[in-house]
Design a protein around this ligand. Sequence first.
Ligand SMILES: Cc1ncc(COP(=O)(O)O)c(C=O)c1O
Length: 367
Amino acid sequence: MSTELWRQDVMKLQTYVPGKSIEEVKKQFGLSEITRLASNENPYGPSPKAVAAMQAAAAESHLYPESTSAELRAMLGEQYGVDSAQILISNGADNVLMLIGQAYINAGDEVVYCVPTFPVYRTSTVMMGAVPVEIPLTGDHKFDLDRILGSINERTKLVYICNPNNPTGTIVGDGELESFLRKVPSHVVVVLDEAYVEFVELRDYRKGIEFIKKGYNVISVHTFSKLYGLAAARIGYAIAPPEVLAPLLAVREPFPVSRMAVAAAIASLEDTEYRDFILASNRDGLKYLQREMTALGFDVPDSYSNFLFADTKREAAPIVESLLRAGFIVRPCKGWGYPNHIRVTVGSPEQNERFIAALAEIVTGQA
Ligand SMILES: Cc1ncc(COP(=O)(O)O)c(C=O)c1O
């Protein structure tokens, strides 16, 4: 069958190419152990309580899940101090982002965001027949809110702000964000992708929820994939003022999330001890990796996430290749227009130490 039958906007899309899988690298290099520091996954896995909850829920797999994940929404509503009707649970933050596109974008609309950033903003924009307006990050790798404002016109429908930004780990100041939101016209919805926001531990930093409570046209997008280690369970959510959330509810699937995923999310929220352990380990890991990579001559800006964006100061591809041979997968950034950078996810202390030892050997060998 030729592509003539395809919807035209679909022809503009490129099939998602994931990073190398652990199985692929094992086979390619004949290795038995691989450490993946490439996908911003939680190195410890889910809370054991979440695993037990998934096992128990699996026995009820013949029953459709409750359609709106009411119990989980109630928990999140309490945690954030909003009505649970302001929360939509779906099949991963990816899916929430696609729903936002389906709910809001008309063909010919413009959608503004900075690059490099999370690629799904572009996919959903192009898929809906809209025009992506891509603005470079600032020199210090932050979303350029002034230039975004300058690009908004009567055709603009959505603005995406990835905060913290993937792949750079940077954030915009909360004061800056509020003065930006005050200037955004009312026909524009601002999507704050906060997939990594739990890792922002700056005192008094105001996250998306505060701006939603103030009534701005904001949708805040979250995931259980990162802090809670549930990337394979596929569960994420959106919070927004009721009238902003309404069209997402209209386009959502009837049963978007499995019983196992919902049970795991609830157990994860309850296990605050495990969450605090993950946060503390990430905090230490960020400091350690930043210090050690800096000592190796890399330029490594502060990150407010669970990964670091490191300028290796040379073409990164040979380093990435040598790391693969040594059993470490990191993310090359050439596809984002940064051939000298790598993105490294924070691992466990033991993984971080082994990674730095391997990297030091590679870098000193190259010198
Ligand atoms: C910024 C950002 N948003 C959304 C997602 C998607 O998260 P999920 O696993 O819930 O689909 C990711 C995953 O890497 C991400 O980095």
